[in-house]
Design a protein around this ligand. Structure first.
Ligand code: HEC
Length: 119
């Protein structure tokens, strides 16, 4: 019985482990250029990114988003964030995040892990 319970608990944890591709500590460093505009807990030149993973795009109160992002219909998960951070202009044409994007795959995964840790 005990084995069965452990087995079930382990199976439940597997999807989480599979998500942990990125390294949040490295992501904090890779996030340095983003800090020019983004913080956690308050809006700046860019919207507050606290809790952004799982949130709808352009949903943070008090930030004046572009219509393009408001109408994007996106929800920020690993896949959508990856495309956005890699190339914001391509993902949402007409948005107002003035940033060329992160092309390095490892940095991308690390940044997303870091964002996911900022709840
Ligand atoms: C020059 C300022 C600037 C820099 C640098 C910048 N951003 Fe942004 N970011 C913005 C602005 C402005 C928006 C809102 C865009 C809009 O409304 O079209 C935004 C939006 C976002 C969003 C969507 C937030 C939401 O509430 O929907 C995410 C996620 C994001 N940025 C992540 C990043 C990351 C990660 C980096 C660094 C790799 C970065 N940004 C660099 C200005 C910036």
């Amino acid at each position: 019985m005990r084995h069965l319970i452990l087995g079930v608990a382990f199976a439940a944890l597997l999807p989480l482990a599979a998500h942990a591709e990125g390294d949040a500590a490295a992501g904090e460093k890779a996030f340095a250029p983003c800090k020019a505009c983004h913080a956690f807990g308050k809006n700046g030149a860019g919207p507050d990114l606290k809790g952004v993973v799982g949130r709808k795009a352009a949903a943070h109160e008090g930030f004046s988003y572009s219509d393009a992002l408001k109408n994007s219909g996106l929800t920020w998960d690993e896949a959508t964030l990856k495309e956005w951070i890699a190339d914001p202009k391509k993902k949402v044409p007409g948005n107002k995040m003035m940033y060329a994007g992160v092309k390095d795959e490892k940095k991308l995964n690390d940044i997303i892990a870091y964002l996911a840790s900022q709840k």
